[in-house]
Design a protein around this ligand. Structure first.
Ligand code: SF4
Length: 285
């Protein structure tokens, strides 16, 4: 039986899109972050919501089924109220998110779909004691079709970015998990881009679901799960030393643990705190 250090032996390991990506970046980073649950002390204070997160919060309210009978202007007011509340709690700025939400309502004043759920928690058992989890942005009914919308806030929109999302393991995982839970096929998914330009731009790209992509995702995530189980059982975590100090972005927050020969547990107690265990959402499928 494998288990996550610091948790009850029955607690499963939860994989999210970001943690799978972390596994491929560096297994040792995955170990510090997901198995030891270490959070650098200097990162705890960066908790404000960025433009993308605030925009997502606004879209959640704007499209929420409980608000479906309201006029778009009323829904926008509620969405703006929500992001201001969130920003005041977290210390973020709302200017860009507000501009995006106003432009979004003008661009799509009369969507014809019926929203079934927003921010729907999804979950799928990858293998024994490992779960894949995520949050699908919006599930809608268009005629008879079940359709997944994923909101993406970006500074620029390129063909590479579009294909990156269109084939992303994250979206394949959400669709696979949703189909398993709902016992119904999703007909297509829509990438709903909100582009942060001086004059914001809004684009939607629609893709039919290719069963082969879903099948290959399932086989792929099972192999990833098995590799993680093996690493846990043997306590062997490969270090990707090319990821420690990248050309772009910040250095790995666990560099002190990998680069120094001092007492590791002492360094941990000085530089990191231990995160609480993962909790499931109330509307989990
Ligand atoms: S410092 Fe380098 S080797 Fe260590 S966890 Fe980070 S990326 Fe991996």
């Amino acid at each position: 039986m494998v288990y996550v250090k610091g948790q009850k032996k029955s607690s499963p390991l939860v994989l999210r899109n970001s943690t799978v990506s972390q596994w491929f970046s560096c297994q040792k980073k995955f170990y510090w972050s997901q198995i030891r649950r270490l959070v650098p002390r200097n990162q705890e204070i960066i908790s404000y919501l960025n433009d993308g997160s605030l925009t997502h919060e606004g879209l959640k309210v704007y499209h929420h089924p409980l608000n479906s009978r309201k006029l778009p202007e009323e829904r926008l007011d509620l969405a703006l109220e929500e992001i201001k509340k969130q920003a005041s709690l977290s210390g973020g700025e709302t200017d860009i998110a507000e501009k995006l939400l106003r432009g979004y309502m003008e661009r799509y004043p009369s969507d014809t779909f019926k929203v079934i759920s927003v921010e729907q928690k999804v979950s799928f058992p990858v293998c024994e004691n490992i779960l894949f989890r995520g949050t699908a942005d919006m599930l809608v009914r268009e005629g008879k079709d079940l359709v997944l919308y994923e909101h993406k806030t970006t500074g620029t929109l390129s063909s590479n970015l579009i294909i990156h999302y269109a084939r992303s393991p994250q979206i394949m995982g959400y669709i696979y998990s949703l189909q398993q839970a709902l016992k119904e096929d999703i007909t297509y998914f829509v990438l709903n881009f909100l582009v942060k330009l001086k004059t914001p731009k809004f684009e939607r790209y629609k893709y039919p679901i290719n069963k082969a992509f879903l099948d290959t995702w399932r086989r792929w995530i099972e192999r990833v799960g098995q590799d993680i189980l093996t690493a846990m059982e043997t306590d062997t975590w490969k270090e990707n030393r090319y990821a420690c100090f990248p050309f772009i972005g910040r250095e790995c927050p666990y560099a002190p643990l990998c680069m120094h020969t001092e007492d590791t547990e002492k360094l941990i107690s000085m530089l990191y705190t231990v995160r609480d265990s993962e909790e499931g959402g109330s509307n989990e499928l």
